[in-house]
Design a protein around this ligand. Structure first.
Ligand SMILES: *[C@@H]1O[C@H](CO)[C@@H](O)[C@H](O)[C@H]1NC(C)=O
Ligand SMILES: *[C@@H]1O[C@H](CO)[C@@H](O)[C@H](O)[C@H]1NC(C)=O
Ligand SMILES: *[C@@H]1O[C@H](CO)[C@@H](O)[C@H](O)[C@H]1NC(C)=O
Ligand SMILES: *[C@@H]1O[C@H](CO)[C@@H](O)[C@H](O)[C@H]1NC(C)=O
Ligand SMILES: *[C@@H]1O[C@H](CO)[C@@H](O)[C@H](O)[C@H]1NC(C)=O
Length: 412
């Protein structure tokens, strides 16, 4: 197997084994407020109530929910992150958000993308890649407020690449104006990042060279992909969704906030991230952390580990919040399986492409159906499994059929 793909496999397996421990229970509703600044800039302590100053939050509804969540999470320690608390509350939060700020103040963007191995036509060992990679764009079209939000699909290959063609050919004629296929040119994005960042720091005179060195020395596609999403969110704002996720309902209530998704026992997960605007405090702080880290070949150093470190920093800092860590049920229902309606089912990590009974298939489809009046989640992360066949009576196949019906699309 291609070494770069092996790391994705590793990520899936390690998450799956971690999640396995958590499946039996329902987890805490954890919405953390996190501090501003690079590591070096942090000082002081949380105030006596441990309540953060929610400077990045513009929605009164969003802010109103914070004290409750803070109370649950106080004192904020790693063991809280592992606690077993209330999944009903998580579900209530998803419901509460549904009607808050349905319309964005500014046009929004949801980013996703792929990094193909250099010179490759497809991913080695992946089965039905184009079909799987088409699911997120279809879920976007079926669930989002298309008047106000676009999808940017970033790839390190041209739009004419056969894989890109195969993914998008069935969609572009009808829906081309809602999707932009973008060439990801790391050097150009880094240059753009540094043209803004430079004014904030004295530590390096050669930021661009440093960041290019950090990016190019990475051998793991995970690390490059973590850096890629940081550069894009820093430069353009918006949300990042990993290509192995489905969108379930409009992200508008969350889209102008700074947050990371969360998996129990694993901490913040960069599968779904949001930057309220370009050069937000969150992405600026994250970038500052990465400059301090420098070239580091450790798996997940720039993604999960760096976000996790930023979570830990809050314990030693004045809580000028930069981002929220969203509760599991928002994007990682598998870690919060109680947070669902009675007629819904959240499949285990590795069952997205596997056949199941008709009854369970209907319940799984209900969970991700964009037509639901009362969603239990914002997104569904199916966690890799790129090497599995899409079986006929699988949730993946049911989702594809549903999107085709809703979008009036025919696949060959
Ligand atoms: C937090 O915000 C206040 C007010 O804007 C500022 O004076 C203070 O320096 C900030 N603290 C940190 C650690 O950034
Ligand atoms: C950037 O400058 C620092 C010292 O100012 C140096 O140690 C580092 O090697 C330089 N990085 C690159 C990529 O040139
Ligand atoms: C690299 O990053 C990892 C994970 O964040 C950290 O534990 C390790 O100390 C770093 N290595 C160096 C040499 O800085
Ligand atoms: C949504 O579902 C929850 C339970 O899943 C229920 O408590 C709530 O009343 C429902 N809300 C609406 C508007 O149907
Ligand atoms: C799902 O299907 C794959 C083949 O695509 C198989 O290897 C795996 O064992 C199945 N998993 C379950 C839980 O049935």
């Amino acid at each position: 197997m291609d070494p770069t793909l092996g790391t994705r496999t590793l990520l899936c397996l390690s998450l799956a084994s971690l999640l396995h421990l958590a499946w039996a229970t329902c987890e805490a509703s954890n919405l953390l407020q996190l501090p501003l600044g690079t590591l070096g800039a942090l000082e002081g302590g949380r105030d006596s109530h441990g309540k953060a100053d929610a400077i990045s939050l513009s929605s009164p509804e969003f802010s109103a929910l914070l004290p409750k969540l803070d109370a649950k999470m106080e004192p904020l320690t790693v063991s809280n992150l592992k606690g077993d608390l209330d999944c009903t509350m998580c579900l209530q939060m998803v419901h509460a958000f549904r009607n808050t700020r349905p319309t964005l103040k500014h046009p929004g963007v949801i980013h996703t993308g792929i990094l193909l191995p250099e010179g490759a036509g497809n991913f080695d060992g992946w089965v039905e890649s184009a079909r799987k990679l088409r699911l997120l764009p279809m879920s976007f079209l079926a669930s989002q407020d298309l008047q106000n939000v676009k999808l940017y699909f970033w790839a390190n290959v041209e739009q004419t690449h056969p894989l890109i063609q195969e993914i998008f050919a069935p969609l572009l004629e009808q829906y081309g104006k809602y999707i932009e296929i973008k060439r990801f040119d790391a050097a150009a994005e880094i240059k753009k990042v540094c043209s803004h960042y430079e004014s904030n720091t004295q530590s390096f005179s050669n930021l661009t060279e440093e960041l290019v060195k950090i990016y190019e020395s990475q051998e793991l596609v995970d690390s490059q992909s973590d850096l890629m999403r940081l550069f894009l969110l820093y430069n353009y704002g918006g949300a990042w969704m990993d290509s192995d996720t489905l969108l379930v309902q409009s992200l508008s209530p969350l889209l102008e906030e700074d947050w990371a998704a969360y998996i129990k026992r694993f901490g913040p997960n960069p599968c779904a991230l949001s930057s309220s605007k370009p050069q937000s405090k969150f992405t600026t702080a994250w970038l500052g952390y990465i400059f301090q880290l420098g070239v580091n070949m450790t798996w997940a150093a720039y993604g999960p580990h760096s976000l996790d470190t930023m979570v830990h920093e809050i314990q030693h800092s004045v809580a000028n919040s930069t981002f929220q860590v969203l509760p599991g049920c928002f994007f990682e229902g598998v870690s919060n399986k109680g947070a669902r309606a009675a007629d819904e089912e959240i499949p285990r990590g590795r069952q997205f492409f596997n056949s199941t009974s008709l009854e369970s298939l209907i319940r799984r489809r209900n969970y991700i159906d964009p037509r639901s009046r009362n969603h239990s989640t914002f997104g569904y992360h199916w966690h890799n499994q790129w090497w599995n066949k899409v079986e006929d009576s699988s949730m993946a196949n049911a989702a594809e059929k549903l999107y085709c019906e809703l979008l009036n699309i025919k696949l060959k």
